[in-house]
Design a protein around this ligand. Structure first.
Ligand SMILES: Cc1cc2nc3c(=O)[nH]c(=O)nc-3n(C[C@H](O)[C@H](O)[C@H](O)COP(=O)(O)OP(=O)(O)OC[C@H]3O[C@@H](n4cnc5c(N)ncnc54)[C@H](O)[C@@H]3O)c2cc1C
Length: 406
């Protein structure tokens, strides 16, 4: 048999490219294992402030809050998170809609709202004492070379490593995915998501609301200090119009659409917008490569589930790495990585399909369809066990995901 040349660079057990919410979560999940891990992040996260809050916010469902508690991150978040105890969803065309209460599934909340900057800081704080984990920032990978026995990685700074496994957690436009020549299935919604912090006349009482408008969904998410974060998805043209308005003009348009929720909006902060795309990598694993988070899949934010999927990816991959080590397996081996993929695909595909179905359901504006949609929502609202099951799935409390890595 031909002998392979020794791999170049310092050996580390795992390299994670991308120190966003999902990449950091993988490092956090593995922090007590003693594995030597290097996280490479190209730039420090820059919050986009809007009325004192980062306007990029994530709704973290209760199932994932439980995971954040188990891995020690929650202690850094609990004083900063907005609570979501109920959610009301309704149609822009029909009155009524559907209301979900945490108590219906025996929980005290459906989830929490956290600024992305706060979640990233909490994950970094959790890692502070972990000497086996190095976060290199700002840093980028200059080249990556996949070999049979490992991966050689050269950084822009000149440092070189070799590792059995490299993980791409570098977001929707993943550089690592491109290096591995992995294509994506993608769907451009031709929409932008406008985000901003707003203040309503009356307190939000920890209730989230989502209204499906002709132009796309508009969510008001309860933050701390009686502020709300909005995510307003609109066609590119409409979004550009809304962004060009003065604060007063934007507030008027917003008030027309929120329909008097919480007594109407009385103050709006700085706005930002993000293009909306759904995307799925054709392969989420290759020998010695695994993709997690948006690098593997990104979805429409209408149900606020993108990072939630990514956090679950991180936990499942962490458990597979640890199990492989326990049984003397090489965790960069495709058999090990396929086990990660097989566990994650059903959740990812189901979530993507549900987002697409919701998007299509609310896009159709035929009067008969609008009527049926209204009836459907009413029926679901009264559907007892079915509604509870849906809620348990949506909040992730039923998900077969490890809560701690052993
Ligand atoms: C408007 C909007 C609202 C949303 N709301 C929600 C919500 O309420 N709930 C929810 O669950 N999800 C939500 N999402 C989705 C969520 O933001 C994403 O799913 C999440 O950010 C994915 O995290 P990630 O760590 O995988 O990727 P990212 O957040 O994109 O992080 C990737 C990291 O990798 C770094 N990086 C990139 N390239 C390189 C490189 N070459 N080398 C080194 N580092 C690199 C980046 O700097 C970044 O830090 C929303 C999305 C949008 C657009």
């Amino acid at each position: 048999m031909k002998q392979q040349k020794a791999l170049q660079g310092e050996y580390v057990d795992l390299i994670i490219v991308g120190g966003g919410m999902v990449g950091l979560m993988l490092a956090v999940a593995l922090r007590h294992t003693g594995l030597h891990i290097v996280v490479i992040e190209r730039a420090e996260y820059q919050p986009m402030m809007s009325m004192g809050l980062d306007c990029r916010v994530s709704a973290i469902v209760q199932g994932n809050v439980n995971i954040l508690k188990s891995v020690g991150v929650w202690q850094y978040l609990q004083d900063k998170a907005g609570l979501m105890t109920s959610m009301r969803i309704w149609d822009g065309q029909e009155q009524g809609g559907i209301r979900y209460e945490a108590a219906e599934i025996g929980e005290d909340k459906l989830g929490v709202l956290v600024e992305n900057a706060t979640l990233i800081q909490a994950l970094q704080d959790t890692l502070k004492e972990s000497e086996n984990i190095e976060l290199l920032c700002p840093e980028s990978v200059a080249s990556v070379l996949w070999k049979r026995d490992g991966v050689e990685v050269a950084l822009e700074s000149g440092q070189t490593f070799n590792t059995p496994l490299i993980v791409g957690a570098d977001g929707g436009r993943s550089w690592l995915r491109e290096q591995a020549d992995i294509d994506v299935f993608s769907r451009d919604y031709a929409q932008k998501g406008i985000v901003a912090t707003v203040k309503s006349r009356f307190p939000h009482q920890n209730a989230a609301t989502q209204r499906f408008l002709d132009t796309g969904p508009l969510a008001l998410l309860p933050m701390q200090g009686d502020r709300c974060s909005i995510v307003w998805s609109a066609s590119n043209e409409r979004a550009d119009e809304l962004l060009a308005l003065s604060d007063e003009g934007f507030m008027d348009e917003l008030n027309l659409e929120v329909g008097g929720v919480f007594g109407g909006i009385v103050e709006v902060g700085k706005r930002a917008a993000f293009p909306l795309q759904a995307q799925l990598a054709r392969h989420i694993v290759r020998p010695r490569l695994a993709l997690i988070g948006d690098a593997a899949h990104s979805i429409h934010p209408l149900a606020g589930l993108g990072v939630n999927l990514g956090l679950r990816d991180a936990m499942v991959l962490a458990q597979e790495i640890v199990d492989a080590r326990k049984f003397g397996e090489d965790w960069g081996d495709i058999d090990v990585l396929s086990r990660y993929m097989k566990q994650r695909i059903p959740d990812v595909l189901m979530t993507m399909a549900s987002m697409e179905a919701l998007h299509r359901t609310f896009k159709v504006q035929l009067p008969m369809w609008i009527k049926l949609r209204g009836l459907g929502m009413k029926a679901l609202g009264n559907a007892g066990i079915v509604k509870q099951l849906l809620m348990k799935n949506a909040t992730g409390i039923n998900m077969p995901v490890p809560h701690t890595i052993e």
